[in-house]
Design a protein around this ligand. Structure first.
Ligand code: SAM
Length: 321
């Protein structure tokens, strides 16, 4: 813009010089011509200086510079999402200082959000069920559930003690989480994990109504419950394992989350029993449970077979006992 204005100014001056012979007075004209001949080198010198200045300006603040400066702005905006996790992980200095530019950003993204393979449709011969939608959450609180599933008997047999750290993985709207929270008392913690934040909102409202403040809600991903390693005495999964589309990744995270001696309580509708009125896709056989969990570093510790509709299988890390 500035360069363009200077160019217009110079063109006007040269133009006024070109129109000057129209003057009638030959003497004056001659004088003027001589004067112009004398001034021409100065004009050329001035022209050179003007062009030198405008060229310098265009490199530092002209339109071209404006365009390239949008590069650093975009680059500064793009890495923002990965900068926070990097700081959280306490590796900001190392990664950022040693690897400037886009390469560093890619490296960090890779670390923070490892690329997932596609979800599996079947696992070890079992078809994986769709996740139950939060709009159907009322079904989880149905009045008949105690009669159908003997939930009190289930909770009585989990080995719950005051002060325990218990994860209810795939907790839904908190049907079990709230009752566990009461049983383990204020010194204990329930980690309520779900992939649907709407489920966790319902859980929060229910916990608030009951004055329970020992439940931590965690929005998990389909492949990671986002539990800290070595934190859980018990991980409970009720009617959720058969929905996991990343079973191997989830089982690895569950394993890592267990404290030494920690257990998993797996509850699934019995596939062996045609009288259990649940769709086959939402049931599991004991043989299938054993096959899948043992392949992922777990061993069956004990089984409770008294529930009307469900298997209750306790598992621990292989070699942990
Ligand atoms: C059938 S509901 C059972 C809810 C609860 N366990 C109960 O018995 O009342 C299954 C729940 O698991 C959740 N879920 C599915 N996949 C999950 C995953 N990968 N991580 C955490 N939660 C998951 C669903 O969002 C849903 O709330």
């Amino acid at each position: 813009m500035q360069r363009h204005a200077l160019r217009v100014l110079i063109a006007a001056n040269l133009g006024s010089h070109a129109r000057r012979p129209s003057c009638d007075d030959a003497g004056v004209s001659l004088l003027l011509d001589r004067l112009l001949v004398l001034l021409r080198p100065c004009a050329l010198l001035l022209l050179g200086v003007v062009f030198a200045c405008t060229a310098g300006e265009s490199r530092s603040s002209g339109p071209e510079a404006g365009e390239t400066s949008s590069g650093p702005v975009a680059a500064a905006e793009e890495p923002t999402p990965v900068e926070e996790p990097v700081a959280d992980r306490g590796v900001e200095g190392g990664v950022v200082a040693d690897s400037p530019g886009a390469a560093a950003a890619e490296e960090v993204v890779e670390e923070v959000e490892p690329e997932l393979p596609p979800p599996v449709a079947t696992y070890m011969g079992r078809e994986i069920a769709q996740t139950m939608h939060w709009r159907g959450a009322d079904w989880l609180l149905r009045e008949t559930r105690e009669d159908e599933e003997h939930v009190t008997q289930l909770l009585d047999n989990l080995g719950l003690e005051e002060g325990m750290a218990v994860c209810d993985l795939g907790c839904g709207n908190g049907y079990h989480a709230l009752r566990i929270a009461r049983r383990i008392g204020p010194e204990g913690t329930v980690y309520g994990v779900d992939v649907q934040p709407q489920m966790l909102s319902m859980l929060r409202r229910r916990a608030e109504r009951e004055g329970l403040d020992n439940i931590e809600r965690i929005v998990g991903t389909v492949a990671d419950p986002r539990l800290e390693p070595d934190t859980c005495d018990l991980v409970l999964l009720v009617d959720v394992y058969h929905e996991l589309s990343y079973p191997e990744q989830m089982l690895a995270s569950i394993r890592a989350s267990l404290r030494p001696g920690g257990r998993v309580a797996l509850v699934e509708f019995r596939a062996e029993d045609p009288d259990v009125p649940i769709k086959p896709l939402h049931k599991m056989s004991k043989a299938q449970i054993r096959r899948e969990w043992e392949a992922n570093g777990f061993e069956i510790l004990s089984e409770f077979d008294e529930l009307p509709w469900q298997h209750l299988v306790f598992l621990g890390k292989k070699g942990d006992r």
